[in-house]
Write a protein that binds this ligand. Structure first.
Ligand SMILES: [Zn+2]
Length: 254
């Protein structure tokens, strides 16, 4: 018995050794002015937006027998509904202060997603929908064990606010319930790690707000030694998320 316990411990040790620390936090930030100015009473009702055509086409091309199913049940629905975008392309600003190595990996991850989702890299972080920052993260104790991790590779959080925007389709000024995603991604990691972390965090930023139980999906909660590419299950889950209603992106009537 003792021996098998040791073997199990060794196995766990080996599995942990293969797992690169990948502590990924999802944080909600509600801007206080939004909560205090009475917008809560005039929130738009939850409605479904059209699904981006490029995503629908990508899912139609999938072989239903390869990586079947999805992990939609693991995706969180927030008070505003699902965290989907409705104005396309979604703009992504990559921190100009990041090193060339860091920027190359982040750009590669965004380009991988561009095959399935309308994204545009821009150089205006103030107005971008998604802002990826080269930032070392403060260590936070694990809520279960109370222990500090050795390293945190990334964190994605979102803000919700009411924006006055010129509509990208007709130029009209509209007040919309909007969100903005910020990804803090630590520099100085191995290139393949930064690429897989960026791929995963971009998944959160475009609406996969949760983690897959399957290590072959990029949205698996931990990073595995051989990082997967965007899987059929990732894409099917994303399409299901985009089929859900949300308050985001709809007009607010003051
Ligand atoms: Zn994550």
């Amino acid at each position: 018995m003792a021996r098998s316990t040791i073997q199990v411990r060794r196995l766990i040790g080996r599995l942990l050794g293969m797992t690169i620390a990948f502590i990924c936090a999802l944080v909600l930030t509600l801007q206080t002015d939004w909560a205090q100015t009475g917008w809560a009473q005039s929130l738009p009702p939850e409605q479904v937006h059209p699904i981006p055509t490029i995503l629908t086409q990508a899912v139609q091309r999938l072989n239903p027998d390869v990586e079947p199913g999805d992990y939609f049940d693991a995706i969180e629905r927030k008070g505003v509904g699902y965290l989907v975008w409705s104005q396309f392309p979604v703009t992504v600003a990559i921190d100009a202060l990041g090193s060339d190595r860091w920027k190359a990996q982040i750009t590669a991850a965004v380009e991988e997603w561009q095959r399935y989702f309308p994204l545009k890299i821009v150089s205006t972080p103030e107005t971008a929908d998604i802002h990826i920052q080269a930032k070392r993260l403060a260590l936070k104790p694990d809520p279960k064990t109370g222990k500090l991790p050795r390293f945190r590779s990334a964190e994605t959080h979102y803000d919700i606010f009411v924006s006055k925007t010129s509509d990208r389709s007709d130029g009209e000024i509209r007040q919309r319930l909007s969100h903005r995603m910020t990804i803090d991604l630590a520099p100085g990691q191995a290139d393949d790690v930064m690429l897989s972390v960026a791929r995963h965090e971009m998944g959160h930023a475009i609406g996969l707000w949760g983690h897959s139980p399957n290590p072959n999906d990029i949205m698996y909660f931990s990073q595995v030694s051989k990082a997967p590419l965007i899987s059929s299950r990732d894409l099917r889950t994303l399409q299901r998320v985009y089929s859900q209603p949300t308050r985001l992106g709809w007009e607010v009537t003051p």
